[in-house]
Design a protein around this ligand. Structure first.
Ligand code: HEC
Ligand code: HEC
Length: 409
């Protein structure tokens, strides 16, 4: 567990949890709130509810991978304290949390983590237990990477925010704890860092992680993912469920790599039948509006003029979704985030299309860093990059204005 650097602050968390016990009366709050107005009665509502359940809690049988192959259940069972789990970016769903039981199981030791899992309160992780109370199986769900919490109780503990990328999560460091991996593999996984994941490394053995993107604001966006590999969300959901999570089912795409990707796990199919509801749920997730007072409205107005005019942004970020994805993809040579750092292979070259999709921009304020490789830390840095690489000739204050506009979307 040497990969986790624990801040002093993290050590204070269990204490803070105990203190907040008295103040907290949120257990069992109404889950339906998360579905906003989308879920009413009838079959559409039922589909969304089913999709939400799959997104949050379904492992597609991937315990075969995380338990039998990676043996991460042993690590979590024996060694992972709640503070370490939080330091790795794992989130706790306070609507599932039974604080008094949690505290009774020693929040300072692995027993506390086991209790959180027993309560189904760790976002994106699913465990089962043997009769001794040890973890028997561990699996992961879509929510691990594509949900976070609003920190309503404490940093890392709050109400679920489905579709919000978990940019605190260090998936590589979690996987690297597996006793089943070689030291070369561990070094690659440990190199990724928070909010980053390479969904192609285990297929092509190249190392070039990308940011975990939001799964909200995707209604009407086709094709999907950074490289536009699939027309619909289900294409990629099948890819991730089978090739990354280790869920039972099949994924094939002859366009990727030298000989295509062709993966089958198990003899059963626990993925296909779930894809329609899962897709419907993701499409129902709106991009979050910017927080009040988070941008300067006058500057944003000037920025919009530039975005649509002199800066040329709307040539590609066009229409209500701020993307031309429906009509074309772009060669890496047109894209300012390429070429990448020394030694990092072009992400597009590893995809099915070898190109990039213009990223939709609604809710972009929510998820720094930017570009597929996270190379721009802020929206100002994004606009500066365009200004330099495309020789736009914007002044410093104009760069700021365009950034303010982006914050308003
Ligand atoms: C280990 C982290 C991880 C898990 C688990 C995961 N994803 Fe992702 N997801 C990613 C990354 C990284 C990308 C970016 C890949 C790309 O665009 O090339 C991505 C891309 C996506 C996109 C594309 C968004 C867009 O802008 O087009 C959607 C939708 C999505 N994931 C949904 C899901 C669903 C549903 C599941 C569960 C079946 C899931 N993901 C599981 C990391 C993850
Ligand atoms: C030639 C088409 C094109 C033009 C012109 C263009 N973009 Fe982009 N934009 C893209 C593509 C493609 C991506 C995805 C690149 C990546 O992820 O590395 C992108 C990504 C972005 C992102 C990152 C979004 C995220 O979620 O990470 C922002 C912000 C952005 N562009 C803003 C702008 C602004 C502002 C301008 C004008 C100064 C502009 N773009 C001009 C095609 C374009």
């Amino acid at each position: 567990m040497s990969t986790v650097s624990r801040s002093r602050c993290a050590y204070l968390l269990p204490l803070a949890i105990v203190v907040s016990l008295c103040a907290c009366t949120n257990r069992g709050s109404d889950e339906a709130v998360d579905l906003a107005d989308e879920v009413t009665q009838g079959s559409a509502g039922a589909t969304l509810e089913e999709g939400q359940r799959i997104f949050r809690y379904d492992t597609f049988g991937d315990e075969t991978h995380w338990t039998n192959e990676l043996r991460l259940h042993e690590v979590v069972n024996e060694k992972m304290q709640p503070v370490e789990a939080l330091a790795l970016g794992l989130k706790v769903d306070m609507d599932k949390l039974d604080l008094s039981k949690f505290i009774a199981h020693n929040p300072l030791a692995a027993g506390g983590t086991r209790e959180l899992l027993r309560q189904d309160a760790v976002v994106g992780l699913k465990a089962t237990f043997d009769e001794k109370g040890d973890i028997a199986t561990l699996g992961v769900t879509c929510a691990l990477c594509h949900s976070t919490v609003d920190n309503a109780m404490l940093p890392g503990i709050g109400h679920r925010l489905d579709g919000w990328p978990n940019r605190d999560l260090d998936p590589g460091a979690i996987i690297a704890m597996s006793p089943s991996l070689s030291s070369e593999q561990k070094a690659v996984y440990n190199s990724w860092g928070k909010g980053m994941y390479d969904p192609r490394y285990n297929q092509d053995n190249k190392n070039g992680p990308v940011v975990i993107p939001p799964a909200f604001g995707l209604k009407g966006v086709h094709p999907i993912i950074f490289t536009g590999d699939g027309q619909d969300i289900s294409y990629w959901n099948r890819y991730v469920a089978v090739t990354q999570m280790g869920g039972h089912g099949t994924f094939t795409d002859p366009r990727i790599g030298d000989s295509g990707v062709n993966v089958t796990n198990g003899t059963d199919d626990l993925v296909s039948s779930k894809l329609p509801a899962l897709q419907a749920y993701q499409i129902s997730l709106p991009s979050p509006p910017p927080p009040k007072g988070s941008f300067n409205a006058e500057a944003a107005q000037r920025g919009e003029q530039l975005f649509r005019g002199a800066a040329g942004c709307a040539e590609c970020h066009s229409g209500p979704l701020f993307t031309d994805a429906g009509t074309r993809l772009h060669d890496p040579s047109e894209v300012v985030s390429e070429p990448e750092a020394d030694g990092v292979p072009s992400y597009a070259s590893r995809s099915a299309t070898k190109k990039y999709r213009t990223t939709p921009l609604k809710g972009v304020w929510q998820h720094p860093p930017y570009f597929h490789n996270g190379s721009a830390k802020t929206l100002e840095a994004v606009v500066s990059t365009y200004n330099e690489r495309k020789s736009l000739g914007l002044s410093k204050s104009q760069v700021g204005d365009v950034a303010e506009y982006l914050k308003s979307l």
